[in-house]
Design a binder for this molecule. Sequence first.
Ligand code: AMP
Length: 538
Amino acid sequence: MSRIIGIDLGTTNSCVAVIAAGEKPEVLADETGQRITPSIVAYTPDGEILVGVLARRQAIPNAENTIAGAKRLIGRKVNSDEVAWFAKSAPFRIVAAPNGDAWVRIGKEPKSPQEVASHVLARLRAIAEAASGEPITRAVVTVPAYFNEAQRQATRDAGAIAGLDIVRILNEPTAAALAYGAHRVKQGRRVIAVFDLGGGTFDISIMAVENGIFEVLATDGDSALGGEDWDRKLVERLADEIFDQYRIDVTTIPVALGRLKESVEQAKKELSEASMAIIRLPYLATTSSNEQIHFERELTREELELVTEDLRKRLAAPCQRAMEEAELTPRDIEEVLLVGGMSRSPAIQAVVESIFERKPSKGANPDEVVAQGAASYGGILAGTLDDAALLDVTPHDIGIKVGNSSFAVMIKRNSMLPVRARRLFATTQDDQSYVKVEVYQGTSDDISGNRRLGSITLEELPQGKAGSVRIELIMTLDVESLLSVTARERSTGKQAQVEIRPSGGLSRKELVEIITRRRKQQRAPDGTNETRSGQADA
Ligand code: AMP
């Protein structure tokens, strides 16, 4: 059987890993040795599509057509809070698809985030094929635990466009816990926290692990907090200094700003190991009196920590909320796992220690651990790895509309999958001839704040007074998040059933069109439109 690769499709960076029989998961490097691929896709003026480092390198002059953070749009409506927030700072155009989904606009052409993300997946697939020397068609892809069904389905669609059958969508904290081996430590039930601070987002998950089963007890986080905010603070500080000294605002000079950003990120990373780093930027800009600015400055770990103190303070509240939701205190949590590149920072680790009252585990590579866990899971599914049986949970309440606008929950969020729920209803009018059940998911008591998944109508009800005709509603959600809803009238046994594969926004027709177009482009004889990527920064 062919291998199933594991993919961490991140907001900022992505990573691919695979596991061979009897071995540990291995993160795969591209042809230049890079193990992490920036989740950036660029459409160049000559019709080329660049992915990763190459896309990032040309981002400044081609900002409108360089898409970073497509994961923030995938499976979301353009009028959602997250998209509205993201649109404020995104240098590219975010537009509404006919169904209200958030798409991007490249030149005159709208493109779905599924299609954008598919280029990253295709790139990772190519890295895996080159490394293993065999065709790869199947993958386990991770998503945040709070992703709803539409976001999960949209991720599957991105895989299909990239020619990958996504055999399982796995929650990121579950993948991390699997890679850390959290299920192998001891018998019985253990509670762990997965603290994930990446480039753009912060996620905290509290999980229980028992007999190889991972259960997400609570998730929280801050989708507007990540390593890039640390970089931004430093850029602001240094740009102010340069202004004070030379009366020139480097944030308005794209090339200078790009260099400044790159060098502060590098310094920030170095300061996770060393107590001092040097930022050296010769020929950064030219002043109005034609003087060249050669910027050079030492940055100490202490100063970095001082400048970014307010960012660190934002980490505690989501952790407290998650513990409250799981009805746990720090004492109940036996281990804290670090995920995300930013969690390498000693100051972040100190915050984690103060919140959870214990030292976090550092045994793994935080930027690779999610891909490793996905690869292990791929190994379990492919039969090459004999390890934990895994169950996942649903991250949202699923229920029905009652009355004009209320939401009655049937399957509670964080229920372990598969799950089945049953509820009895009665008619509300005399001689009511039919009943229509509308299914929603979300967390709001008011239906308008939730996402409609579908509906089911049961007709030809027996005549009777209001309240006398009883209808049983059964919902089941399987491990692949396929929701099936059955409504049955009790006295006659008459029933209606619907299966809902929560949609990711692209219709089958749109998916087929994108895949066909992609195949044609790949066959283009002049070599244009092929996807290029990789190559380390010089
Ligand atoms: P991820 O999304 O997990 O790849 O995390 C990327 C973020 O981690 C970026 O903001 C990086 O600057 C940051 N990062 C990577 N390595 C380090 C490090 N050694 N120390 C501090 N931050 C880091």
